[in-house]
Design a protein around this ligand. Structure first.
Ligand SMILES: Cc1cc2nc3c(=O)[nH]c(=O)nc-3n(C[C@H](O)[C@H](O)[C@H](O)COP(=O)(O)O)c2cc1C
Length: 177
């Protein structure tokens, strides 16, 4: 499905193995700029980003998160955090941070990097562990961790277009016959 104009979106896959090339500071800034261009409710931009490039901290992350083994080879991590005091209304920070996280992943792919979303929200135990690890104030909630680096594995485009997921003008009628 799709055309090559949509390659950034259609070819993005989770990358969990990286080369030992480190990502430059300027490239990290480009990723953050892309993340901050995400839509947010009433344009509140209720997010903060914590850049992780310290090996010791990545080792700690692998200890406290059961599915973060890709930090063995990652160059950087970025923790996307929501700010309850900035959000439009209760619960919006989660949606806004989701959009920012996806922008980050797409920007990484577009720049030739590999990335993987490592889930924090909605698991309260993981959020508490990262709140302690990163010394976050109480109004700032860790949402997701993105592992980043230059790809050390290749992945192909997945086929995920499912016509049966689409309805026409209400639940009862399929859009595709
Ligand atoms: C909310 C969320 C949490 C995720 N958590 C993890 C994780 O903890 N560890 C991991 O390796 N991948 C994680 N992933 C990545 C998914 O496994 C991956 O996106 C999915 O299998 C589809 O593969 P793709 O990203 O290559 O298209 C997470 C993705 C999302 C959206």
């Amino acid at each position: 499905m799709g055309t090559d104009k949509l390659g950034t979106i259609l070819d993005r896959r989770s990358i969990r193995r990286f080369t030992d090339q480190k990502i430059d500071h300027e490239v990290i800034t480009q990723l953050l700029d892309a993340a901050m261009h995400a839509p947010s409710a009433v344009n509140k931009q209720p997010w903060h980003f914590i850049v992780i490039d310290r090996r010791q901290l990545m080792d700690k992350i692998m200890e406290i998160h059961p599915h973060a083994g890709m930090f063995r080879t990652a160059s950087h991590g970025i923790v996307v955090c929501g700010d309850e005091s900035l959000q439009h209304d209760d619960g919006y920070w989660v949606v806004d941070c989701g959009a920012a996280t996806q922008n980050l992943l797409l920007a990484a792919h577009s720049l030739g990097l590999g990335a993987c979303w490592v889930g924090l929200h909605p698991r309260e135990g993981r959020k508490a562990a990262f709140t302690t690890l990163l010394d976050l104030p109480s109004h700032v909630k860790p949402f997701a961790l993105v592992a980043l680096g230059y790809p050390g594995e290749k992945k192909t485009r997945a086929d995920r277009f499912h016509p049966d997921k689409v309805k026409s003008n209400g639940w009862g009628e399929p859009y595709y016959h």
